[in-house]
Ligand binder design. Structure first.
Ligand code: ARG
Length: 296
């Protein structure tokens, strides 16, 4: 079993690359309103447990050699732990979020200010016109960006990101309220080779066709994989940190040469988020070749 995994050609290709993440401690985490079907206000939330689970995730990234910066939580913004929703950083551009719901609207300014301070005049933070919930609905590949719509991010925001970055943005329609963001229905496993995993039933028939045509070698997640938010994962190209409880997906990732790491995020699931939701990736500017093109 093990040897057959190791002899697969793709297993040798998996390689971790250094990552830079922004995360926000869940010290204000709570479920005070319901803006997705996972949230049940009134159900008890153990904030200490949420903090322990979140801290273990931070430690896991750092132990793998990745940089994790922290955003200050704001009292009264209980969803701020879901930092992936605050901004999209790609090719040296920062597109701030513009939240779909009033409950989270104020988070965007914190993200914008944090990135402005990080850039310190060496770059700009773009305030969006259209509603976008950042990496909740944007999945960045080597050249393209996959973008979800249907519940939160507006298709206009897909065009806005395409204009800002010059990248092709592939619009994908989400159809199941339980999978209200792209990052709970699809995950990028290898952002150099454009290898992804997704749950087909979360997408409209046309988007399913598009995904099948673009990614014939994708890992297909089962309903059970998706139901524990197993696709809400973060990959460095080798390690894939994912919410615990998706044995089929874990097996499929291992067979494809990755090192799946199951993470207990049970308390954060009460807010409708898992590993990826807590993790905003700060991507480096792509180096350009002397001719001005981008190396491939
Ligand atoms: N309660 C949050 C919301 O509904 C959860 C966000 C999860 N984040 C994500 N990237 N999917 O907005």
């Amino acid at each position: 079993m093990t040897s057959s995994v190791l002899t697969r050609p793709e297993a040798a290709l998996r390689r971790a690359s250094p990552r830079h993440y922004l995360m926000c401690p869940p010290t204000s985490f709570d479920v005070l309103y319901a803006i997705n079907p996972w949230m049940h206000p009134g159900a008890p939330v153990d904030r200490g447990r949420a903090l322990a689970q979140w801290s273990a995730l931070v430690e896991a990234y750092r132990a793998a050699g990745h940089r994790v910066d922290l955003l200050d939580p704001v009292e009264g913004l209980p969803d701020m732990v879901f930092a992936a929703n605050g901004a999209t950083v790609v090719d040296g551009h920062v597109l701030q979020a513009r939240f779909a719901t009033p409950q989270r609207a104020a988070e965007a300014a914190s993200h914008g200010a944090w990135h402005a301070a990080r850039l310190g005049g060496s770059g700009v933070v773009t305030a969006p016109v259209a509603v976008n919930e950042a990496e909740g609905d944007f999945a960045v590949l080597s050249d393209r960006v996959l973008a979800g719509h249907g519940f939160r991010t507006s298709p206009d925001a897909h065009a806005e990101l395409a204009r800002l970055t010059g990248r092709e943005v592939v619009s994908l329609e989400l159809v199941s309220p339980v999978y209200y963001h792209l990052d709970v229905a699809l995950t990028v496993l290898d952002d150099r080779a454009d290898h992804i995993a997704y749950h087909p039933a979360a997408f409209s028939p046309a988007s399913r066709q598009r995904l099948a045509a673009l990614f014939p070698d994708a890992v297909l997640a089962t309903a059970a994989d998706a139901a524990c938010l197993g696709l809400n994962a973060v990959s460095d190209g080798l390690h894939v940190w994912l919410p615990a409880g998706a044995p089929h997906l874990v097996g499929a990732l291992a067979a494809a040469g990755y090192r799946p790491v199951e993470v207990d995020v049970s308390e954060l699931l009460l807010g409708g988020g898992g590993v990826k939701c807590c993790t905003q990736e700060i991507r480096p500017t792509r180096p350009t070749t002397p001719s001005g093109g981008t190396p491939r």
